[in-house]
Design a protein around this ligand. Structure first.
Ligand code: ADP
Ligand code: MG
Length: 352
C-alpha cells in the first residue's frame, strides 16, 4: 500500500499546430489507505488524471508520486497499480479464472500462489461458482465483479477505478457501490475512484475531489464538501435538489433582497453577495415576512420537493412527505442563520 501525490500536474494534448491544456496544475495528496473519489462533469479531465497515474498517458508537467517514488518515467507495469474500467476490459475467450489469473501469470507467479490469490478474490466477490464460465455467460454485474476480482488478485499498492459502475442499472449500481466499500474496508488498499455521479462520490469517498475544467475546486471530506463548499460550483454540483442561490446586497452586515423582505445577518466584507440555502434548510413559516407562491409540488416518496416563486427568485424546498401545500398556495419562507452559506457575488468563492 502507498500514498499518492500530485505536484503541479499538467496535461497538454497536441492540437493542430499547438497544444490543448486539459489538466491545469493539480496539487493533492492522498494518504496511504485512503479512498478518494474524484467527481466532476464529463470532459473535466478525470480519466486523463487517472490515466497519468496509471502510466497510460504521459505527464506534460509536474510530478506524480506513489509513496516516495516519482513515477513519471515508469512503465505502467512498474507502478504496481490495478485499474478497473467502465467497460470491464475482460478477455472474452478466457474463463473467469483465467481472466483473473492473467496478470499474475504474466508476472510468472507460481501456480499455487495464483490459485490461492484468485480463489480468495473470487470468494470475497462471490465468484467461486463462476470460475469456469466465459464473460459472455455472465451478467453485467458479474462481469464487473470479475474485473474487480482481477484487480484484487493483483494485490497492488493502488486501486484506480474509472466509472466502473456506469454500465450497470440503478439497482445493481447501489449494490456494487456497497461491495466496493466493503472491498476497500477489507483490503485497505489506497483507492482513487473517478465518477460523474455525486451520490457515488459522497457515499464512497473518505474524501472527495470536485473537479471542473481540469482544476480541483475542493478536496475534502463529504462533510466539508456538503456543509462548507468552497465555491458556488461545488455548492450546486453536490446535493439534490441543488442548493438555492439568491443574489442580494449586504449593507451594514445585513443581507436583503429588494421587494423580498428577506433579511439576514451577512458577512460585512462585501457589498454584493450570494446567499446559498440547501432545500432542506428552507422552511415554510406562516408569519415569515419573506413571501412566495407555490408553483410545483413533487412527491418522491420519503420527501416532497416544493418549488416556490418569490420576489427574490424561484426556490426549492425539501419537505416531508406529509406536506399539504398545493400549487397556488401563498407561503412564508425562513432560513436559520446557521444554515446560510455566503459567497462573494463576483468571485463566487465562499466567504468566511
Ligand atoms: P472525463 O474523464 O472527466 O470525462 P477526460 O479526461 O476524458 O474527461 O477528457 C478531458 C479533456 O481532454 C476533454 O476535453 C477531452 O476531449 C480531452 N481529451 C481526452 N483525451 C484526449 C486526446 N487523446 N487527445 C486530445 N484531447 C483529449
Ligand atoms: Mg472519463
Amino acid at each position: 500500500m502507498a500514498s499518492l501525490s500530485f505536484h503541479g500536474v499538467i496535461k497538454r494534448y497536441p492540437q493542430g499546430k499547438g497544444t490543448l491544456q486539459v489538466v491545469h496544475g493539480i496539487d493533492a495528496g492522498i494518504r496511504d489507505g485512503e479512498f478518494v473519489a474524484i467527481v466532476g462533469p464529463s470532459g473535466c479531465g478525470k480519466s486523463t488524471l487517472l490515466r497519468m497515474v496509471a502510466g497510460l498517458e504521459d505527464i506534460s508537467d509536474g510530478e506524480i508520486r506513489i509513496g516516495e517514488r516519482v513515477v513519471n518515467a515508469l512503465e505502467p507495469a512498474e507502478r504496481d497499480i490495478a485499474m478497473v474500467f467502465q467497460n470491464y476490459a475482460l478477455y472474452p475467450h478466457m474463463s473467469v479464472f483465467d481472466n483473473m489469473a492473467y496478470g499474475l501469470k504474466l508476472r510468472k507467479m507460481p501456480r499455487p500462489e495464483i490459485q490461492a490469490r484468485v480463489g480468495k478474490a473470487a470468494s470475497i466477490l462471490e465468484l467461486s461458482a463462476l470460475l469456469d464460465r466465459k464473460p459472455g455467460q455472465l451478467s453485467g454485474g458479474q462481469r464487473q465483479r470479475v474485473a474487480m476480482g482481477r484487480a484484487l488478485a493483483r494485490q497492488p499498492q493502488l486501486f484506480l477505478f474509472d466509472e466502473p459502475l456506469s454500465n450497470l442499472d440503478a439497482k445493481l449500481r447501489v449494490e456494487m457501490r456497497a461491495e466496493i466499500k466493503r472491498l476497500h474496508l477489507a483490503s485497505g488498499i489506497t483507492s482513487v475512484y473517478v465518477t460523474h455521479d455525486q451520490v457515488e462520490a459522497m457515499t464512497l469517498g473518505s474524501r472527495i475531489a470536485v473537479m471542473k475544467g481540469g482544476v480541483v475546486q475542493q478536496l475534502g471530506t463529504p462533510d466539508d464538501i456538503y456543509n462548507r463548499p468552497a465555491n458556488t460550483y461545488v455548492a450546486t454540483f453536490i446535493g439534490s435538489p441543488t442548493m438555492n442561490l439568491l443574489r442580494g446586497a449586504a449593507t451594514g452586515g445585513q443581507f436583503g433582497i429588494q421587494g423580498a423582505a428577506l433579511n439576514l445577518a451577512a458577512p460585512a466584507s462585501v457589498n454584493e453577495v450570494l446567499l446559498g440555502v440547501r432545500p432542506e434548510h428552507l422552511v415554510m413559516q406562516d408569519r415569515a415576512p419573506w413571501r412566495g407562491r407555490v408553483s410545483v409540488v413533487e412527491p418522491t416518496g420519503p420527501d416532497t420537493y416544493v418549488m416556490v416563486d418569490t420576489a427574490a427568485g424561484s426556490v426549492t424546498l425539501r419537505t416531508d412527505a406529509q406536506t399539504r401545500v398545493q400549487p397556488g398556495d401563498a407561503v412564508g419562507l425562513a432560513v436559520e442563520p446557521a444554515n446560510a452559506h455566503w459567497f462573494d457575488a463576483s468571485s463566487e468563492n465562499r466567504l468566511a
